[in-house]
Design a protein. Structure first.
Length: 122
């Protein structure tokens, strides 16, 4: 049985990792080799592509951190949770999102589907 709390903590750690080499290792440990990530801005497969999406988000919001909003809530091979992105110790997040992850039989991520619930005004 998968520990959804641990899985989501590791997932957020990947998004918060500033070092590219450590980030790709976290992604490789977390996702299956053919794992994917889809949100309104990306639809990618594979460790390098997932790490590149994370790097892009970090570049768009330098110095910001991802934190758990609500959840995780899961059953069988699926877990959902919300996350916040904002300045560390900031008063409120700049971006809020919801993710739904499907797990492989070994407990690693097979695919993550992301939704943006709150985004900054253009």
């Amino acid at each position: 049985m998968t520990d959804f709390n641990d899985l989501v903590e590791r997932y957020l750690r990947a998004w918060n990792e500033p070092d590219a080499e450590r980030r790709i290792k976290i992604v490789a440990d977390l996702w299956t080799e053919d794992g994917g990530y889809t949100d309104p801005l990306a639809d990618v497969t594979g460790h390098e592509a997932i790490a590149a999406v994370i790097a892009s988000a970090r570049e768009m919001f330098p110095g910001f951190v991802f934190t758990l909003g609500t959840g995780p809530d899961g059953h069988h091979d699926t877990v959902r949770f919300t996350w916040h992105l904002g300045p560390e110790n900031g008063p409120e997040p700049v971006v809020i999102g919801s993710d739904v992850a499907v797990l492989a039989g070994d407990g690693r991520l097979k695919h993550v589907y992301g939704f943006l619930d709150k985004v900054p005004a253009a």
